[in-house]
Design a protein around this ligand. Structure first.
Ligand code: ADP
Ligand code: ADP
Length: 230
């Protein structure tokens, strides 16, 4: 059973801009999947459909074999299983200090304070933010803020993490740490789906690559096949 299955998904933004123009694809369980394509290709729009933030105008989306339903309760369940880390950390990082920020999500799950504390501690350690836990988020670097956003989602213990452009504005050393972090999450059984402009990164990391253009899937396949054609 694939993690996600999309059938003819179409979406237009309110101003009429076509976001997705008929996307059909499967994302196999456990696979590391990278989406590539120019800005405006529809990668973010697609990702926002994967945890029900956006609802298709046409077509259907299945998560773990069940069609996604948009009733409040079912959406809430979907979002505990599928976490999204947005491209711009300022969109996600709320306020205050690192610890406080990362605990926001798990607190909203209604967990007990010791459980929240345990999850936050683990998320901060895995993302290398432990030493920064008492810092004000607005004082952190862009890359550190991105890690705070990721830790916040991680602390919710999703089954799937969707990362929008995690490699954007990272230097090679930071890309290397990101790869290590993703491997660590993979070993924990968390499936990662991400978008990137970094072909070398996608080649090194992904099991499966999807190329998008103008709201459509242009090509998909194994990295070595897809990148040998382009
Ligand atoms: P094979 O017949 O060897 O499975 P494929 O090209 O179909 O050849 O798949 C090769 C690898 O890519 C396999 O590990 C497969 O699980 C993975 N794969 C195939 N399709 C997808 C997909 N839609 N999403 C993620 N991984 C996929
Ligand atoms: P990508 O993530 O691949 O850069 P997006 O999904 O952000 O692509 O964009 C797909 C299309 O939808 C683009 O034409 C983009 O300009 C448009 N778009 C994205 N967000 C909005 C929005 N909030 N309102 C109107 N158009 C949007």
């Amino acid at each position: 059973e694939p993690t996600f299955l999309l059938e003819g998904v179409e979406y237009n933004y309110e101003d009429g801009t076509p976001g997705l123009q008929g996307v059909s694809l499967g994302i196999e369980r456990g696979k590391k999947v990278a989406f590539l394509g120019p800005n405006g290709a529809g990668k973010s729009t697609l990702f926002l459909h994967l945890n029900g933030i956006l609802r298709p105008f046409r077509g259907r989306i299945f998560f773990q074999g069940k069609e996604v339903r948009y009733a409040r309760k079912e959406l809430a369940r979907l979002r505990t299983k599928v976490g999204i880390v947005f491209q711009n950390p300022d969109r996600q990082v709320v306020i205050g200090h690192v610890w406080e920020d990362v605990s926001f999500g798990p607190m909203n799950l209604g967990l007990s304070p010791p459980e929240v504390e345990g999850r936050v501690e683990e998320a901060l350690k895995v993302t290398g933010l432990w030493d920064l836990r008492d810092k004000a988020v607005h004082l952190l670097s862009y890359g550190q803020k991105k890690r705070v956003a990721l830790a916040g989602i991680l602390a919710m213990r999703p089954e799937v993490m969707i990362l929008d452009e995690p490699t954007a504005s990272l230097d090679p050393g930071q890309v290397h740490s990101l790869l290590e972090l993703l491997e660590c999450l993979h070993r924990q059984g968390i499936q990662i789906v991400l978008s990137t402009h970094d072909v070398d990164f996608a080649y090194a990391w992904a099991d499966w690559v999807v190329i998008m253009h103008a709201g459509r899937v242009l090509a998909e396949g194994l990295p070595k096949e897809v990148f040998s054609d382009t």
